[in-house]
Ligand binder design. Structure first.
Ligand code: G6Q
Length: 540
């Protein structure tokens, strides 16, 4: 990897600190003027970012460009795509892996950045295409001779959030004869509620686990297999697997079809691998899945541009760093004005917070500045009727990334009181952006809006498979580029291990006590009893 230095040792860091003492006042008369709005636009892969409502001017942008250059963020992104070991902590035991999720979509321009990984991606895509063609032609049917109509996706975390968010976003493009259902939580009610209404005889189950050892997923797979057996069905003729090569689940004998993802693809970056591919291909068709990849690839290529004013992911990353490290904002709200994106923020919470919620550098030293912010959000306009009060008048400044589209997905819109619903949606989006930035003076203090609440508009024509792919990659790349500037490892997740370990220890203990009358005597308050037991166990 190119040079990696702590951010606060870069010359631009001090300059930005200085500029942050007097950030641009968006509430000043004429500050947010038409010339500024026209100039502060960045385009790439079908998206336009409008960032006039950020507290930056050309001087700040120039220094942010220097920060990006001095950190080598884009060079590191290029090195990552070319197969550098980007997932490591120097001198410590760490995952020590390549980071090649971009190779899963590097299919549309030559040469690919890392030919071996792209060849592996093509191999899996070919196998998926054959499987889907077999389903379409009727060569492969349910054992009763009927077509498969439903697919239950079992997976959690990265094997659930991104693919689920994308599926929900693209319902308008779903094949009408096929539906997807999701089981993620180990809460038995999740599986029970999903499985109960289904005609299992026409249902596929896609078990997705890179490690092939995740407690929730293996448990839910067993619950699903039991449901099939109880219905007199052979799970082997219904169950698919997506897993890492040589994982405990990598056993084609247990599955109707098995697909691979590879070590160099992190869970939260895996939507464009077979992790998303099998389910999305079934629901949307192969062409639409390829369109998702095409959009993601276009955004990956755009992320290779060094000039942040022309690189949407880099711009979003550096504006985020300006707000986080220099204007001291702890959080960012991502607010899509699109009902279809209602689970997208949940995916971004993982993508961002699991990647950049880190406190040590890639050299293993404590970082001397803030890293990833708290990410949250909800679809607009619903959120306006919920938490926008705090965003406008609360004591915490919440920078916002708004996502919006000029056209709706279904094209079924009509005028009510002289405007279309899509116009109402977009008008609200623009109004919120302006209100947050410029605020409002008022004689009544309760009606004052302080303004200077920074926000960016991320706009595209319409939410389609291609623009969805581009949006997904925009955020994946934003997160990776921020991690490069912060000099942290955005690709591991040690912070989720401790809780997992303790839960496993507890479960082993409970299993060991299964035949102990003291354990079975606690039926009236098993949870309270377990909590008491836990205290002793955790000390070990
Ligand atoms: C993502 C994380 C994590 C992972 C899940 C599921 O980057 O690694 O969320 O995706 O824990 O893991 P498996 O796919 O191995 O079951």
């Amino acid at each position: 990897m190119p040079d990696r230095l702590p951010m606060d040792t870069l010359p631009a860091f001090a300059a930005l600190n200085d500029l942050a003492r007097r950030p641009l006042d968006l509430t000043a008369p004429g500050a947010l003027n038409p010339a500024r709005i026209k100039a502060m636009v960045c385009q790439g892969a079908g998206f336009t970012l409008h960032y006039a409502a950020q507290r930056v001017d050309d001087t700040v942008l120039d220094r942010l460009q220097e920060l990006a250059d001095q950190s080598g963020a884009v060079d590191q992104f290029l090195a990552m795509q070319q197969g550098a070991i980007a997932n490591r902590i120097d001198g410590q035991e760490s995952e020590n892996r390549q980071v090649l999720h971009t190779a899963t979509r590097d299919l549309f321009t030559e040469p690919p950045r890392e030919p071996k990984a792209t060849a592996q991606a093509r191999g899996e895509l070919d196998r998926l295409a054959t499987f889907l063609a077999d389903l379409d032609s009727g060569r492969l049917t349910a054992p009763n001779g009927e077509t498969f109509t439903d697919l239950v996706n079992i997976g959690i975390g990265g094997s659930d959030l991104g693919p689920r968010a994308v599926y929900l976003a693209l319902q308008a493009f779903r094949r009408p004869d096929r539906q997807i259902h999701f089981i993620a939580n180990v809460d038995p009610d999740d599986a029970a509620a999903v499985l109960a209404p289904l005609d299992l005889s026409r249902t596929l189950v896609n078990v997705v686990s890179k490690s092939g050892s995740t407690l929730e997923t293996l448990t839910n797979e067993e619950l699903a297999r039991t449901a099939f057996l109880s219905a007199g069905l052979d799970p082997r003729q219904h169950f698919l697997a997506v897993t890492g090569e040589h994982s405990p689940m990598d056993n084609p004998d247990h599955y109707l079809r098995a697909f691979h993802m590879f070590d160099y693809i992190g869970g939260r970056y895996s939507t464009t691998s077979m992790v998303g591919g099998v389910m999305l291909g079934f629901a949307l068709g192969m062409e639409s899945f390829l369109d998702i990849l095409k959009g993601a690839h276009a955004m990956d290529r755009a992320a290779e541009t060094r000039a942040l004013r022309h690189n949407p992911a880099l711009l979003l990353a550096l504006l985020g760093i300006w707000n986080r490290n220099f204007l001291d904002c702890d959080t960012v709200a991502i607010l899509p004005y699109s009902q279809a994106l209602h689970r997208f923020t949940a995916h971004l919470q993982q993508c961002d917070m699991e990647s950049n919620g880190k406190s040590i550098t890639r050299q293993g030293a404590a970082v001397g500045y803030h890293t990833g912010p708290i990410v949250w959000g909800e679809a607009g306009t619903n959120g306006q009727h919920a938490f926008y009060q705090l965003i406008h008048q609360g004591t915490t400044t919440v920078p916002v990334e708004f996502i919006g589209f000029r056209q709706c997905q279904y094209g079924r819109d009509r005028q009510v009181q002289a405007t279309f619903s899509q116009e109402k949606l977009v008008a609200n989006l623009l109004a919120q952006s302006l209100a947050l930035a410029i605020g409002q003076a008022h004689a009544n203090p309760n009606k004052r809006f302080p303004g200077n609440r920074p926000n960016t508009l991320i706009l595209a024509d319409r939410l389609t498979p291609e623009s969805m792919g581009a949006l997904l990659a925009l955020y994946e790349n934003k997160v990776a580029l921020q991690g490069f500037v912060w000099n942290i490892n955005s690709f591991d997740q040690e912070g989720v291990q401790l809780g997992k370990l303790l839960a496993t220890r507890l479960l082993d203990h409970f299993a060991g006590q299964r035949n102990d009358p003291a354990y079975n005597g606690q039926a009236s308050d098993p949870l309270g009893w377990a909590l008491l037991e836990t205290t002793g166990l955790l000390a070990k």
